[in-house]
Write a protein that binds this ligand. Structure first.
Ligand code: NCD
Ligand code: ZN
Ligand code: ZN
Length: 452
């Protein structure tokens, strides 16, 4: 298949500059305004659209191997493309757990073959996520999947000595431990944020200190070891304070917030609708405001989706029995625009930072793939910031439909996504599975590195 050329006419770059973006042979060859289309190029009217570097999600659950009824690498990367993402980091809580070189290479291969996005597997910190023994971190790092991010996400690495050893290990190859900060003893059977509302609803509470105490311990361990620590899905005002303190001290910590924690509060749980059940739980409005302020002042480095697909059955049961988790890839950009851009907290250059360049840097993706420099791989997305629409289930491209945003009016819509010059999303329509697979074979023939 010969790759086409594209001219994206009249786009606005994150810094506000007007650009005609020319894509040839998978690369950006010019952004100069006034470019004319080379013969055969597809011209896209990008007037009014913001061009962002391809979005990078440091926290995605693709569910394969083992939970293919919820999501697969193929369906999850289709959801990614629909949401403007060109790279996703796949969490390790699969079955078997991604705790060996064999499993991470399998996930890598599935992503490489699908062609919708770059897939970077995350390795488990401990064998089977059991929190007892370190997994084969070195073998995963040296494998073809070249794992740099390790996480027991879904579970907290709560043993301090194991956490220390894990940090020491990843330090040797510039890896990072992504911690799911949840003290297990303080959250046994916990169902929602602990406070007046949990008492009123009769649901077991999940105190903020269960998250904050682990973060406090781990930033101190990271300082002691001198290794990189990343904190998953911050959800409380106190967590933002702890990370802010750690950064002021020079500790090498980074942090993420999810779109849902930036927009939704625990009040939704009055409905007892398990679509709002998530780990960590939705918190109070004060927490939402503190998280937004944390993203705005850089304490929180990135927004990551924590896309967590679950089948209908496991969300239709009563609250206590339902699964934790929400899908998030397709709604991430509109939620970020609604919560952070339209509120004046972030500009589009900041959005590019928190949803693309910084997650790429934390995960050690190839550094040249998320810019508009001439010659950079054409990984980018075009967003219509003027769109105001009700989020509907037909906007979900993955296998599961457990979104909390159905019926919510959100600002902004992803129209086009390009992965190495190939339009995985074309004016809102996903490329076919066959076309994406052909693109994947083309990349393999060209020797485009999987980590790019
Ligand atoms: N976020 C969730 O509520 N669930 C995640 C696990 C996790 O991210 O902790 C899942 O794997 O379903
Ligand atoms: Zn988690
Ligand atoms: Zn997660």
């Amino acid at each position: 298949m010969s790759e086409s050329s594209y001219l994206l006419k009249g786009a606005t770059l994150p810094n506000g500059q007007a650009a005609d973006i020319l894509i040839q042979d998978g690369r950006i060859t010019s952004t100069a305004p006034g470019s004319s289309a080379p013969s055969g190029a597809v011209v896209v009217d990008a007037a009014g659209l913001v061009a962002l570097p391809g979005l990078v999600d440091l926290h995605t659950h693709l569910r394969e191997p083992g939970f293919e009824q919820s999501e697969t690498v193929l369906t999850g990367t289709r959801a990614a493309a629909a949401g403007g993402f060109t790279s996703v980091f796949a969490m390790a809580n699969t079955m078997p757990v991604s705790d060996t070189a064999g499993v991470v290479e399998q996930v890598q291969s599935l992503g490489d073959a699908a062609g919708y996005a770059t897939v970077r597997p995350i390795g488990a910190v401990t064998v089977g996520l059991a929190g007892e023994r370190l997994s084969e971190i070195g073998a995963m790092a040296q494998s073809r999947a070249a794992v740099r991010v390790f996480s027991d996400d879904g579970k907290c690495v709560h043993d301090s000595l194991l956490m220390r050893r894990a940090l020491e290990y990843v330090k040797t190859f510039d890896g990072v431990i992504a911690q799911h900060a949840q003290d297990p003893r303080l959250t046994e059977n916990a169902q929602m944020n602990e406070g007046a509302l949990s008492s009123e609803l009769g649901l077991k509470g999940w105190p903020a200190v269960a998250e904050e105490s682990i973060i406090a311990r781990d930033v101190l361990l990271a300082e002691h070891v001198g290794a990189r620590l990343h904190i998953c899905h911050l959800s409380t005002a106190g967590s933002v304070d702890v990370v802010r303190w750690a950064k002021a001290r020079g500790i090498p910590v980074t942090a993420e917030a999810t779109p849902h924690h930036l927009l939704l509060t625990e009040d939704l749980i009055r409905s007892y609708d398990a679509r709002y059940k998530v780990n960590p739980p939705l918190r109070r409005d004060e927490d939402v405001q503190a998280l937004r302020a944390g993203v705005a002042d850089g304490t929180i480095d990135i927004v990551a989706t924590d896309h967590a697909p679950h089948p209908r059955e496991s969300k239709e049961s009563e609250w206590d029995a339902a699964s934790f988790g929400m899908v998030g890839l397709e709604s991430a950009l509109p939620v970020v625009q609604t919560a952070l851009v339209d509120t004046g907290l972030l500009g589009w250059d900041d959005v590019a930072r928190v949803l693309s360049t910084t997650p790429a840097r934390i995960g050690r993706l190839n550094g040249h793939t998320h810019s508009f420099e001439e010659g950079a791989p054409a990984n980018l997305t075009l967003v219509d910031p003027a769109d105001r629409s009700t989020f509907t289930l037909d906007r979900l491209a993955g296998k599961s439909q457990n979104t909390p945003f159905e019926g919510v009016t959100l600002a902004g819509r992803v129209r086009w996504t390009f992965h190495h010059g190939f339009p995985t999303l074309r004016d809102g329509e996903l490329a076919s599975i066959e076309e994406a697979a052909a693109h994947a074979r083309h990349l393999a023939r060209e020797g485009v590195p999987a980590h790019g």
